[in-house]
Design a protein around this ligand. Sequence first.
Ligand SMILES: Cc1cc2nc3c(=O)[nH]c(=O)nc-3n(C[C@H](O)[C@H](O)[C@H](O)COP(=O)(O)OP(=O)(O)OC[C@H]3O[C@@H](n4cnc5c(N)ncnc54)[C@H](O)[C@@H]3O)c2cc1C
Length: 379
Amino acid sequence: MTHTIVYDAAIIGGGLGGLTLAIKLAQKGHSVLLLEKETYPFHKVCGEYISLESYDFLESCGLNLSDLQVPIITQLGVSAPNGTYLKSELPLGGFGISRFTLDKLLFDLCLKTGVIALQNCKVNTVEFNQNLFTIQSSEGLFKARYTFGAYGKKSNLDIHLNRDFTKEIKQGKSNYIGVKYHIEIPFPDNLIELHNFEDGYCGISKIDGNKYCLCYLSTQENLSKNSNQIKEMERNILFKNPYLKKIFSEAKFLYQKPLVISQVRFEPKPVIEQHVIMLGDASGLIAPLCGNGMSMAMRAADIISKIFPSDLESEKVRADFERQYKKLWKANFSTRLAFGRSFQKLFGSAKITWLVIVLLKPFPSLLKKLIRLSHGEKF
Ligand SMILES: Cc1cc2nc3c(=O)[nH]c(=O)nc-3n(C[C@H](O)[C@H](O)[C@H](O)COP(=O)(O)OP(=O)(O)OC[C@H]3O[C@@H](n4cnc5c(N)ncnc54)[C@H](O)[C@@H]3O)c2cc1C
């Protein structure tokens, strides 16, 4: 089926980047189409800790976070695989909310703001021709003047767009897996803990509904060494850290099975591909240790909505817009992404993690500075 409307903007992917961009462009009076392959509400592998830098932005999208009474997180605890523990204040802090709740609330806000938001609609191809995009999806063909790729860390569209990083097969330690549970456990409301283990780390913090998110990043190699069994890997690798052993044995697990994603990679990606403007993880995934991928996706949405042109038919205006976005993207994110990748390496091996924690312990202000480097200013 071919839809006849030509939208000002089509957004592929309804995660935090896509949903907030859709709302912001619609608030400015643009006709916006949002296409999401899943059906809301749904769970996502994510630590569900959102840096406070994006609190005001989310409220400006129409979300009343104070009414939702989200837990505010002000303290960070980090442990090495052998149990050496370090605690610090979080300079800016964050709040906890499940993606199940948050993405659904934002999807509802999209509809309320006038976005044509389709769920259960997978995009298969995007073609740019004569200054117009044609998007082929499970719900038919759509046309748009501008198209945004907000489809996350891994999608069929990366292969369709022939993106360079899809051609290189990564094995072993540079190929990560993410695992998430929701649990109930006695644990402080205002604390996020990151517990390290060999080639990975696991975060725990409070979300909505009196639940806690327990989410970790490990390597494909760790899993392969344990007969590709999550439980076996947890027992043999994660439980060497006494904090994790305690959490896993005392928690009440709320899913029958964990939510798992594979082939998580952190290499740089081009910000624009064949005139499709990328944001969020589609433009570069930040190591979750830096805790801010969600805020970065929303910050990119904020940037785009502020520079989105009013003349949508001019090729010159498009070229200027693309240049300006690339420049702003670099200014806002490239240092944070590079810092995130280096920081991630420091927490790769059990010995190095222990050493970093022991060295940082007497210098709380240095630790705060490092944490600050991974956070942006409020927007
Ligand atoms: C283990 C782990 C823990 C993390 N913990 C945190 C944390 O605590 N705090 C934090 O800020 N960040 C965290 N992150 C990072 C954070 O989850 C991401 O940076 C953030 O979700 C990016 O948002 P996004 O909008 O770019 O993509 P996503 O939220 O992934 O959304 C992309 C959407 O696109 C859809 N999609 C994909 N392909 C198609 C298609 N072809 N057609 C239609 N729809 C499509 C997907 O279904 C999905 O809903 C973590 C990441 C990992 C891996």
